[in-house]
Ligand binder design. Structure first.
Ligand SMILES: *Cc1c(COP(=O)(O)O)cnc(C)c1O
Length: 341
């Protein structure tokens, strides 16, 4: 058994990203991003988003989020996020650290999503000098529940954000899966929906390493390069990060990878729905399925060698990757079917 459902970052490098990285491995090339691979990758992002955005490459999502947020607020500000947001639950305080103390205000909301009411409630909770002033809304797309904000939901949030002069940050560790599922132009669910900065995930979409930080609001990216360098996020051999992105962005490989992962999650969900004793916890909209199974069955699956984690409440999270094979899904389902009898 070589494939698992523990996460979408347990997969390897997709062939196209590997190939462009190998192509970049020739000769001596200027360091720290002053190279043609990096310039070309940035240009590909501008074409993809149909706008003149500023693009930076960092090593991981935690740094992308924390540094992006730090460029949106001062230490006495606060950042509104969902209570299950990665920035709140999974980044070891990096957003607080890199903002020098901005407070994360947690909102509740169905299916891992923020909504206008929840944001309003936090904005109105306190408006005095003794409480950090809300400055940013941080959304995760797709969410930690593997659900998706529709363009309409994003526009509703955009209105509240505009009303209260909040910047919008999008944690897009799985942005590709959202675009693939919604079948929209990337611009429609980012800058046209008020997103100031997007952290576009590469690792979970087939890169070896790296996320792109994309500023649609270019005023906010002023001196961002210094922030990256100070945080140890400026790769000297940048070409090997940026060239990988060329592999994803050329011929929409990123979208095909995401569509495949989503399709595998749909296949998994379909099979799970036919097994008694199981309950699917959230609508399956992207590449993850959350399922509640009897603990004896879960233990038995683990004993058979299947790896997956419990996440957000008691459910088991099953993540599909760009390379998850239908046979892996079917083998998982067959084992589960047998053990659930
Ligand atoms: C995986 C993930 C990240 C990035 O995590 P790193 O391990 O720091 O690369 C960020 N946000 C979400 C929602 C994620 O799932």
């Amino acid at each position: 058994m070589t494939q698992q459902f523990a996460s979408d970052n347990i997969s390897g490098i997709c062939p196209q990203a590997m190939q462009t990285m190998v192509s970049a491995n020739s000769g001596h090339v200027s360091s720290y991003g002053e190279d043609r691979y990096t310039a070309e990758a940035c240009e590909q992002f501008r074409t993809l988003f149909d706008t003149d955005c500023d693009v930076y490459f960092v090593f991981n999502g935690t740094a992308a989020n924390a540094l992006a947020l730090a460029s949106l607020c001062q230490s006495y500000h606060s950042i509104i996020c969902h209570q299950s947001a990665h920035v709140e639950t999974d980044e070891c305080g990096a957003p607080e650290f890199f903002t020098h103390g901005a407070k994360l205000l947690q909102a509740q909301g169905e299916l891992g999503k923020l909504n206008p009411q929840g944001i309003e409630a936090l904005v109105h909770k306190r408006q005095d000098i003794h409480y950090p002033k809300p400055k940013v809304v941080s959304l995760t797309q797709t969410t930690e529940c593997s659900t998706i904000y529709s363009p309409e939901q994003l526009h509703a949030i955009q209105q509240v954000a505009a009303k209260h002069q909040l910047y919008t940050h999008m944690d897009g560790a799985r942005f590709a899966n959202a675009v693939a599922s919604l079948d929209v132009a990337p611009a429609d669910i980012t800058w046209r929906a008020g997103v100031d900065v997007l952290c576009f995930g590469g690792s979970k979409n087939g890169l070896a390493i790296g996320e792109a930080v994309i500023f649609f609001n270019k005023q906010l990216s002023e001196e961002f390069a210094y922030r990256c360098k100070q945080a140890g996020q400026l790769a000297s051999k940048m070409r090997f990060m940026s060239s990988q992105w060329q592999g994803l962005l050329t011929n929409d490989v990123w979208l095909h990878n995401a569509k495949h992962a989503n399709a595998m999650a749909a296949r998994l969900a379909q099979g799970l729905a036919n097994i008694e004793q199981l309950e699917i916890l959230f609508p399956v909209e992207a590449n993850g399925v959350f399922v509640q199974m009897p603990s004896a069955v879960k233990q038995a699956m683990h004993s058979k060698g299947w790896q997956f984690y419990d996440f957000i409440g008691a459910g088991s999270r099953l993540m599909c990757s760009w390379d998850t094979q239908p046979e892996t899904v079917d083998a998982f389902l067959a084992d589960l079917q047998q053990l659930s009898r």
